[in-house]
Ligand binder design. Sequence first.
Ligand SMILES: Cc1ncc(C[n+]2csc(CCO)c2C)c(N)n1
Length: 232
Amino acid sequence: MSMPRTDYAAWAAERSAPRLTDWLRETSEPDWSAVVNHPLFDALAEGSLPGEAFADYMVQDYGFVDPFTALLGHAIGHAPGMADRVVLGQFVGMLTSDENSVFQRTFETFGVPETDRNAPEYLPATASFQQLLRETGASESYAQMLAVLVVTEWLYLGWATRITRGEILHPLYDEWVGLHDSQAFQTFVAWLRRRLEEIAETLDETEFARMVERFHETVARERAFHDAVYSG
Ligand SMILES: Cc1ncc(C[n+]2csc(CCO)c2C)c(N)n1
């Protein structure tokens, strides 16, 4: 049986500045790049994505954001101290203000019916992602929570810094991209990666293996989610 920590050590030994999160990302291929290069984000950035398709994506994504916000609450509670709680707490503040507002204005602008705003039919891919987020919150493992956060946030930074925004983009599309390529967001992702790497050093073999599994599982769920919400 392969031991993830030994596998990582072997990988690290061949590199001059090895980082655990780089190894986690590399070992998530091809799923990682499939999300970063997803056609949904090209259509969004070019402005060729119909409003209805954007609204459908945002309805499903709001179903992700709800248990995701709850997961952040678990992370704040299970963090080792105030320094982490401050960073995560500020992130929750942004998520429940600026980001929540983009969802609400998208629902208004594209005439999403009331039931679809709060109790839509979730696609199976959304439902299984929700389950993963709830399971991770219930795990009480800060390392697993960080693994999920690194994936969900770093992937979004990945596509948002890859694409080039069209010149005349719908203001809501522009705002959505802007949330994910900002300097503040880059700083947050850098912090998450560093904290996961630091916490990982304190884990025993079993906990380390679970964290790695959680990371890979989250990348697979991200790919399934984006394939389900947009087929091109
Ligand atoms: C399926 C899915 N995965 C990741 C994100 C990214 N994300 C979730 S909350 C948040 C806060 C800052 O914008 C970010 C970046 C998403 N929206 N949907």
